[in-house]
Ligand binder design. Structure first.
Ligand code: DC
Length: 232
């Protein structure tokens, strides 16, 4: 059976990665979380004094000079879960924290960062057999993907899901209002940035999962994937 390319784009915290991961496992495809790559660059900038977490000011020239030193890869842990690696160090936990979440949009708006990561993502998907999730996968990274899906859900539903995730990891201080504000801010920045703003590709299928369970959304996505594989 032909191995196709599946692009899953959409708003933050709408469960893209959960469904993309499951689909990749079902099909025996490689899964790539491109948001993790933008988060890893953000962590690099914060750690190296190239971004001020308060003012969000970025030393863009210096970051651009160092961009080839930012090595990002993925490994699987003993449970088979994907872990993001930044310059040899597993940073999966750190890149999910609010500090990185609140700084990632301005980093993802930098043209040279996008160019660098898009090239890396295209390399990862050269052979097909890939499920990649992000914001510009169907529009920029793989405009010829055989299946494109655009996922969304209401901001409140997404904030509730992200809060539950943070609490599940032991966060007892972050409030619903803080998470909702972050979700809304990132929606605004992601859809209004100059460089490849988030938008639904003309040929993407829309999946609004506000009122869907995880098994329901997985089943729908699986059905679309089987149709796309059959048609290719
Ligand atoms: O999916 P996520 O929340 O982990 O993504 C983190 C940020 O990275 C998000 O604010 C938008 C940005 N991003 C992007 O601009 N392009 C991508 N392909 C993936 C993520």
């Amino acid at each position: 059976m032909k191995k196709i390319t599946i692009a899953i784009d959409g708003h933050s915290s709408c469960g893209k990665s959960t469904m993309a991961k499951q689909l990749a496992a079902d099909l025996g495809y490689i899964y790539v979380d491109t948001g993790a790559m933008y988060r890893a660059v953000t962590l690099y900038a914060l750690r190296n004094g190239l971004m001020n977490a308060e003012t969000k000011e970025i030393k863009a020239d210096e970051l651009q000079q160092q961009i080839n030193d930012v090595k990002i890869s993925f490994v699987l842990n003993e449970n088979g879960q994907k872990q993001t690696v930044l310059n040899g160090e597993i940073v999966e936990q750190e890149i999910r924290q609010m500090l990185v979440s609140s700084c990632v949009s301005p980093i993802a708006a930098l043209g040279f960062v996008r160019k660098h990561l898009v090239a890396l993502q295209q390399q990862m998907g050269e052979e097909g057999g890939i499920v990649m999730d992000g914001r510009d996968i169907g529009t920029v990274v793989f405009p010829n993907a055989e299946l494109k899906v655009f996922v969304t859900a209401s901001a409140e539903v997404r904030a509730q899901r992200r809060l539950a995730e943070l609490q599940g990891k032991g966060d007892t201080t972050t409030t619903f209002e803080e998470v909702l504000k972050n979700v809304e801010e990132r929606d605004y920045l992601d859809t209004h940035r100059d460089v490849t703003p988030l938008r639904q590709a003309d040929d993407a299928k829309l999946l609004d999962n506000s009122n869907m369970t995880i098994p329901e959304q997985n089943a729908l996505l699986h059905q679309w994937a089987m149709e796309a594989i059959g048609n290719s």
